[in-house]
Design a protein around this ligand. Structure first.
Ligand code: SF4
Length: 694
């Protein structure tokens, strides 16, 4: 049923789910997509794929898609279908009216990691060049913003250091807070192959993930830490390496900032970071910590891969810096088989950050306060750029509740479902005078919108995505936009309705502007991408064929910088009422809150989220496998069925968040990373009790 018809043409494009960035041949019969065939020349996947990229594309033609623009004066009114011109004039008048009444900084934009680089570049340009402020943020705020901060501070740029091929040279692989088998399946296959060849695996995760069951692998270490204690575990590993003299002294002397290293050495050698000292708070036995530290430091090429189990914490940025410290400490940077590798969740998280979506950075991770950087864009765009950083998503919502932020253009992101503290998000949206939602479906955020602009799916897009290894892949139009306009055209029409005068006729022209203004993209153009298939940035005069491995001879910032990483316990505490800690993750067939995968055949593999609970905790509550339970936190509650398993430790429970009934963000707290406001989704104190179901 999934594959039918005989194709008469095919188009090579890129999967729009995860940060692996697999290439596919979309095989077409007329204007119907017959099947997605993994592309054997795709450099990220080499002919492999997972069940999401292969089968979960039906949402693109789903009957729930909205194809005509709609407006309404208040959210209490029904939607009115109108022409594009009327919708955009309505939106522009509202946004201009807000600025006249409340000031230039009273409106902003949110971009999406689902969108192309070119679309994202234009949305942040809309804020900076048309709205006249830096109120631009991206959904990466809620996933990998700590990567941006942490790797920027230590290495000088926010990007994974390796290509995926690198893992074939790894001898020890540390996976922290990630479950590649479900989250990044095609990369996981390559990693498993290396493990079967004898590489050692160290998993730092509250839950026993599938990778640890890889047949015939080398040694396996599982540090089953208590959620929220990543920094203490990473510091204990570093402590062992330093105090047992296992560090790479030559690398540190040659490649790292000496003063920062001396400060860090004095800090990390302190006995309070020893495995024995941290074992009670992390729940990881001291001998296991020591064994893992020795294995990583002495096992040969050591690579670290990490995911949202690192970033989505109140100390997310601190853990990222701790990971970078570990890599520098052991000399594991700058050659194949080593490095620090954030596993990006969405298809274009890397690209959305590269394109200047954050409120403090222009494209290429350059701070808006730098006059020489602003000048590049001011000269290109013919406007003056505000030197003051703008508002992050949570600050926009706070300001909305306070009455100073009144208008939002939100492209490809359902903040009501995906951001923390649902009640606060709703209150912020409800307080705004104009919410413009640009999306495929009438999502939850659209309940608070005044303008709905239909978006286009990845099959209708033309542009580029950048995957987790900095690889810029072409996304090619497989079918004409069902809504009549590409997303970059819609942003351009909105800008022009507000008086901008933009005149792009093809996304290649937007990429030319990105290349002209952003040194790491200076050599990128569509002709090069056609010729090479893809390139990894930096791609410029110094690296005309792109850069598979970063920091080879020196770090982007010059000398690598060790950072002191003090562990600070999260404010989210267990207690008599909420004695367990909830953490979350994904399953292979589904994606995030399920907006896409639930509208595809993949729904057959997942009809509900379940709560994994350890047999001891289940027994204490009189629960049997499959029973309904009430899961309650200080923020809210929901109902799920229990799955009794020793994959989780006593005291920890786990669920996925794919099904809308689960409403995981009703449960989560409003704590966030100290440096970036990335929400602390991975630690919530909860109570689990028997229930009769929802
Ligand atoms: Fe798509 Fe990621 Fe699966 Fe590749 S691994 S097919 S990019 S979801």
């Amino acid at each position: 049923v999934l594959e039918m018809g005989t194709p008469d043409r095919s188009v090579v494009t890129t999967c729009a789910y995860c940060g692996v960035g697999c290439s596919f041949k979309a095989e077409m019969q007329g204007d119907q997509l017959v099947r997605m065939v993994p592309y054997k020349h795709g450099k990220a996947n080499r002919g492999h794929s997972c069940v999401k990229g292969r089968f979960a594309y039906g949402y693109a033609t789903h009957r729930d898609r909205i194809l005509n623009p709609m407006i309404r004066d208040t959210v209490a009114e029904p939607w009115r279908e109108v022409s594009w011109t009327e919708a955009l004039d309505f939106a522009a008048a509202k946004m201009r009216g807000i600025q006249e009444k409340y000031g230039r900084k009273s409106i902003g934009v949110i971009t999406s990691s689902r969108c192309t680089n070119e679309e994202t570049f234009l949305v942040q340009k809309l804020a900076r060049a048309v709205f006249g402020n830096n109120n631009t943020d991206t959904c990466a705020r809620v996933c990998h913003s700590p990567t941006g901060y942490g790797l920027g501070q230590t290495f000088g740029t926010s990007a994974g250091t390796q290509d995926f091929d690198s893992v074939e040279h790894s001898d020890v692989v540390m996976v922290i807070g990630a479950n590649p088998t479900d989250g990044h399946p095609v990369f996981a296959s390559r990693l498993r192959k290396r493990l079967r060849q004898g590489a050692t695996l160290i998993v730092v995760d509250p839950r026993r993930i599938d990778l640890l069951e890889t047949p015939h692998m080398g040694a396996g270490h599982h540090l089953a830490l208590k959620p929220g204690t990543n920094v203490a575990v990473v510091s204990a590993i570093a402590h062992v390496i330093v105090t047992e003299g296992l560090m790479d002294a030559a690398f540190i002397a040659e490649r790292c900032d000496g003063e920062a290293w001396e400060d860090y050495r004095a800090f990390i050698a302190d006995p309070r970071h020893s495995p024995e000292a941290v074992a009670p708070l992390t729940g990881v036995p001291a001998d296991k910590l020591r064994e893992a530290a020795r294995a990583f430091a002495t096992g040969g090429n050591g690579a670290i891969y990490y995911g949202l189990g690192v970033t989505e914490h109140s100390q997310g940025s601190t853990t990222v810096m701790g990971i970078a410290n570990l890599a520098m400490l052991t000399g594991n940077v700058g050659r194949p088989g080593v490095g620090v590798n954030p596993l990006r969740g969405q298809n274009n998280v890397q690209g959305s950050c590269d394109m200047g979506s954050f409120p403090h950075e222009l494209p290429g991770y350059r701070h808006v306060k730098l006059p020489e950087v602003r000048k590049i864009f001011e000269d290109t765009w013919g406007v003056e750029i505000d030197p003051e950083p703008g508002l992050r998503i949570p600050n926009m919502l706070d300001a909305a509740v306070d009455g100073t932020f009144r208008g939002l253009y939100c492209q490809g992101e359902d903040i009501l479902q995906s951001d923390p503290d649902t009640k606060h998000v709703a209150a912020g949206l409800a307080a705004m005078d104009c919410v413009i939602v640009h999306d495929l479906f009438l999502n939850e955020t659209a309940n608070y919108a005044h303008v709905f602009l239909p978006g286009s799916s990845f099959l209708e897009k033309d542009g580029t995505f950048t995957n987790a290894e900095r690889r810029i892949n072409r996304v090619r139009r497989v079918m004409a936009p069902k809504n009549g306009h590409a997303d970059w055209e819609v942003t351009q029409m909105l800008a022009n309705a507000m008086g901008a005068g933009w005149s792009y006729t093809h996304p290649a022209e937007i990429m030319a502007e990105i290349a002209a203004t952003t040194p790491s993209f200076a050599g990128v153009d569509y002709a090069l991408l056609e010729e090479k298939g893809s390139v990894q940035w930096p791609c410029n005069e110094a690296h005309p064929d792109g850069t598979p491995l970063m920091h080879v001879d020196g770090f982007v910032r010059g000398k690598g910088r060790f950072i002191v990483t003090e562990y600070v316990a999260t404010d989210e505490k267990t207690g008599p009422r909420f004695p367990l800690l909830l953490t979350t993750g994904r399953i292979l067939s589904q994606y995030n809150v399920g907006a896409q995968t639930r509208r595809t055949e993949n729904v057959v593999w997942h009809d509900q989220d379940v709560l994994e609970i350890h047999p001891h905790d289940a027994e204490n509550r009189g629960l049997r496998d499959g029973d309904w339970v009430r899961l309650a936190s200080r923020s809210g509650e929901t109902s799920l069925r229990a799955k009794i398993t020793d994959r989780v430790s006593p005291g920890t429970v786990y669920t996925t968040f794919h099904h809308p009934d689960t409403q995981a963000n009703v449960i989560t707290t409003d704590y966030s990373d100290w440096a970036t406001n990335c929400p602390e989704y991975k630690v919530t104190a909860v109570q689990v009790s028997p229930s009769n179901g929802p």
